[in-house]
Design a binder for this molecule. Structure first.
Ligand code: MG
Ligand code: FE
Length: 169
């Protein structure tokens, strides 16, 4: 394996860890958003996509000779982003969750763009194909969140003001 191939392998491991982390974050966050059913449903839908992404990236790693036990080790790895995301949310957790999800999707977009370029350079057509299939899913999720950040924020603030006035009464 040459230098470029070994870098690609490293980045694939990172991407796999990122997706495993996303699985955890999406499901645990969605479970706490009963008051925001639209956002909750979207996070659950993206959770399904994310499980498949993790599986596909794992397959790429195995095809390149990574043994399964190492792949499992990688699953436990957490990124700084993930740690920030999984922190204790305050009462404004829906806003924090929307911001964190939006940020996370952009990290994923950057990771897959990098992987596509690297796979192309080393001639790994299968990894390139897989990453090109995943990238639009991350872009669609980022776009969906972008369009709803303002709504979610205003919904939250409106509800907060509503509960304040009911306490005063
Ligand atoms: Mg993903
Ligand atoms: Fe994603």
């Amino acid at each position: 394996m040459n230098e470029a191939q070994s870098e690609l392998m490293d980045w694939l491991r990172d991407a796999h860890a990122m997706e495993k982390q996303a699985e955890t974050m999406l499901s645990s966050t969605a479970d706490r958003l009963d008051d925001y059913p639209e956002l909750q449903a979207k996070l659950r839908q993206h959770y399904e996509e994310t499980c498949e992404q993790a599986r596909l990236v794992g397959q790429c790693l195995e095809r390149l000779g990574e043994d399964t036990s190492t792949v499992k080790d990688v699953m436990g790895k957490t990124t700084a982003m993930a740690q920030a995301f999984s922190g204790v949310f305050a009462s404004d957790e829906v806003v924090k969750a929307a911001m964190a999800s939006y940020t996370f999707e952009h990290m994923e977009i950057a990771a897959y763009r990098t992987l596509i370029a690297a796979a192309e350079l080393v001639g790994d057509h299968e990894t390139k194909r897989v990453c090109e299939m995943i990238l639009p899913q991350e872009e669609a999720m980022a776009k969906w969140l972008q369009e709803r950040l303002a709504t979610v924020t205003q919904q939250f603030l409106t509800r907060e003001m509503g509960s304040e006035s009911s306490i005063r009464r």
